[in-house]
Design a protein around this ligand. Sequence first.
Ligand code: AMP
Ligand code: ZN
Length: 114
Amino acid sequence: MTQECIFCKIIAGDIPAALLYEDDDILAFNDISPAAPVHILVIPRKHMRGPASLSEADQSLIGKMVLKGTELAIDAGLADGYRLVMNNGENAGQTVFHLHLHVLGGRSMTWPPG
Ligand code: AMP
Ligand code: ZN
């Protein structure tokens, strides 16, 4: 648990979240400020700043996050298309510095992202 990390506080149960899934390694919950009709975040319980903090030892963890994100997208009815996004660093738009995977869908999207 890192002080002042909002996602660590969700993991600790100190602030509420609309939980969709949890196990010993990861949690998934609805984004509080959705950028699409479906906007889910998948996070590890372990505090890591972002994708750049991942090491080889985390391969199964990050794989699990991606697989769960895809499963939740399908469960949400997004088989026709969805986007999995991880932002790394302020220039990429990262605002919460606890690793997270965005699962976005339910509307048509453009490329490249802004
Ligand atoms: P990023 O910009 O990639 O760091 O994404 C952080 C995401 O966390 C944003 O989409 C926020 O809306 C979302 N967020 C921030 N605080 C909360 C919260 N308390 N519960 C759920 N989602 C949150
Ligand atoms: Zn954290």
